[in-house]
Design a protein around this ligand. Sequence first.
Ligand code: SDX
Length: 444
Amino acid sequence: MNESKAAANAAAAGSKTATLTFNETGESWELPITDGAMGPSVVDVRRFYGDTGAFTYDPGFTSTASCSSAITFIDGEKGQLLHRGYSIEDLAGKSDFMEVCYLLLHGELPSAEQKNKFETAITYHSMLHEQMLYFFRGFRRDAHPMAVMVGAVGALSAFYHDSTDITDPHQRMVASHRLISKMPTIAAMAYKFSVGQPFIYPRNDLNYSENFLYMTFAVPAEEYKVNPVLARAMDRIFILHADHEQNASTSTVRIAGSSGANPFACIAAGIASLWGPAHGGANQAVLEMLQQIGSKDRVPEFLERAKDKNDPFRLMGFGHRVYKNYDPRASVLRESAHEVLDELGMRDEPLLELAMELERIALEDDYFVDRKLFPNVDFYSGIILKAMGFPSSMFTVLFALARTVGWVAQWKEMIEDPQQRISRPRQLYTGYGPRDYVPVDQRS
Ligand code: SDX
């Protein structure tokens, strides 16, 4: 959204208000309404507690705008996703991940010169401080790669002190470049450590996605040729996971950053939040679910379990807090799944067949249709990643790798927002009132 439009919106907001009346006392307040460039307007409640003495209540933030942002727009009813105004379909089909990173960080698509300069900066930050290798070697071999990634990214602040001053724009940009650039190296090292293979150093002659596949799957014993179809598919998967408005992990990064924590610590917090199976951990859970279902004839049984409130089983990869239509990213990933499996000669991959049958039946079932539960970004990604050779324990690591640019862009936008303050929500208290201390020998 350009600044003049924002200013126009802000000016117009003065003329729009909502009236709140406490029926018990008859007191009324006028609450300003602000329109966005697109999407729902907001009722400004920043003065609500000061004026009324009451809090608003919204656990899970289903009706709360936590910030203003110009990075990503989602229309859940339409199944629309825009990054700085460009549709995810256009970016996935016509752009590449480095260009999308520049767009998210700077707000505009880069010129050829700007893109080359950005890509060079990212390429030349891809190595890790050599001491980090000892950090990796401290983990058990069977450590979940997400545990390694949370630890390694948090540890970056112990190695790169010269880019932790969040008040310095240059240091903010250096930290942003370092995080985007080093995540593939950390992810590949987490994988190599888990399979007992030597770490493979990055190469400056490969592009971002090629380099990641090289560091992950090459071995010193023989030459590794990157498959261009798989590299393109990897790049597209990164684009599709790059940013997604104020989701749980992005909100975690923003809240951590609002206290002034260094960017490496903030991104480590985001990785930890993404790990949950209700969020980024769903891609690993989808594959495990498909393997648990095993065959098409068991699909009805598991759909019944997903509907049973007494059964904790949920259809992983289905449903979304915002999308009440098909997740546009899932549509692109479904096409990508066919492309990758064809390239690998796995056209009849049983898991893809099973996923498509599960999707077909679910989308005809009233329970899912009535609740507008459609496949989300995680439903097909695992099938592609498994076909490419990644173990399911690496799926969320790849999500975190791609989402780092979104977290960094949102963190940077927050730090540079003059309105930003430390995030400090309140609560509805439901505990005891004041009571006297009882010595232990007088307790029942
Ligand atoms: C991501 O926010 C983002 O943008 C996230 C993300 C991103 O890019 O950052 O898009 C990435 O996290 C995608 C979501 C991945 N998670 C999963 O696939 C896990 C399975 N999905 C569910 O856990 C659930 O759908 C959520 C967590 C995604 C959304 O939960 P909500 O919005 O809190 O929805 P809800 O729990 O209130 O469900 C509404 C109804 C309930 O039934 P009723 O009480 O109305 O009878 O739908 C049911 C739920 O029981 N329901 C499901 C279901 N998801 C919701 N029932 C069966 N299977 C499911 N998957």
